[in-house]
Design a protein around this ligand. Structure first.
Ligand code: TA6
Length: 302
């Protein structure tokens, strides 16, 4: 952390297991963000005191793995596919390298009803990915949670890299891998998702989205946003409704590991699958940034 937090009334330092976190407590909500991974762990609006994010009771907090739950930041690639190559590579860490990096708090502001934090990973340019692409996470904790993942291709002080990068467009994919808390996955419906999806559990076969969209088995699906089936607002209807709005994405990824997979995961309780549903704003088809360009992936949760 490089900012002096004492000037802020709504932010304090704390720990999640062995990990340093920031606790946010303002008039509209409480929340938590980990400096390991720039990973949001909790968001609870005060008007209903309902936790919107699921966090595993057995999450590993020794930095050997990404935290299970909350909102992992998947960048600069989604899954284990290097964006400029587009072939799965088991040697690559799944979902990029920033969710297992330490991040710095680089800016923080607050007003009566919200707190805005800006974080950046300490290290870039790992796994031969260009260090000329910068990423920052801007999170606003208010009556809603607004998460912006901002990628910029600029400000490289190294003149040689600057000249080289000016000639080379860079490809990137990403996701805000949001784990939503649900009271019972068996009674849960996802609303606002139509048309077809790519089924990761059936060799990427194209499958029609069920209607109603309910859950009774493992799901790992990529719903591509199209003009006829846009995915800009979806909601998870459970006992209560959680609403998500997205921008700058091309897909929504929907994931629940169900019984067998969650039983096999050391960082998820056997019945953990019952109380979570991942609905992820994602860029799955690589986007190409030219020198000086910027991309924002935004997800709002309320
Ligand atoms: O986004 C869905 C997904 O890629 C699934 O295939 C599943 O493996 C999940 O993410 C969790 O990935 P992780 O690397 O965090 O265990």
């Amino acid at each position: 952390m490089i900012l002096d937090l004492t000037r802020l009334n709504s932010v304090s330092e704390s720990q999640f297991g062995e990990l340093p976190v920031l606790e946010i407590n303002n008039a509209s909500c409480s929340g938590t963000i980990s400096l390991f991974g720039g990973h949001i762990l909790s968001f609870k609006p005060k008007h209903d005191q309902r936790e919107r994010l699921w966090l595993s009771d057995t999450a590993i907090t020794d930095k050997s793995k990404p935290i299970r739950g909350g909102i992992p930041i998947c960048w600069p690639w989604f899954a284990n596919i290097f964006p400029s190559v587009q072939t799965p590579n088991e040697q690559l860490p799944a979902h990029g390298f920033v969710r297992t990096q330490d991040w710095l708090l680089v800016d923080a502001t607050e007003n009566d009803s919200s707190t805005r934090l800006v974080l950046q990973p300490k290290k870039l340019g790992l796994y031969a990915f260009s260090a000329s692409l910068r990423v920052c996470l801007e999170v606003t904790f208010g009556a809603e949670l607004t998460v912006k993942l901002i990628t910029t291709y600029d400000k490289n002080e190294d003149v040689q890299a600057k000249v080289a990068s000016a000639q080379a467009p860079l490809a990137i994919t990403m996701a805000l891998h949001s784990y939503l808390a649900v009271s019972d996955i068996n009674k849960c419906e996802l609303v606002g998702v139509e048309a077809d999806y790519i089924d990761k559990l059936a060799n990427d076969s194209i499958t029609t989205t069920p209607s109603p969209y309910i859950f009774d088995q493992e799901v790992d699906r990529i719903h591509m946003s199209t003009q006829s089936a846009p995915l800009h607002t979806v909601s998870v209807n459970d006992a209560k409704t959680t609403t998500l709005k997205q921008q700058g994405h091309d897909a929504l990824v929907v994931w629940n590991p169900w019984i067998d997979k969650s039983s096999g995961m050391a960082d998820m309780q056997h019945d953990g699958y019952k109380s979570m549903l991942c609905v992820e704003a994602a860029v799955v088809n690589p986007i190409t940034l030219n020198y000086g360009e910027k991309h924002e992936l935004i997800q709002t949760i309320s």
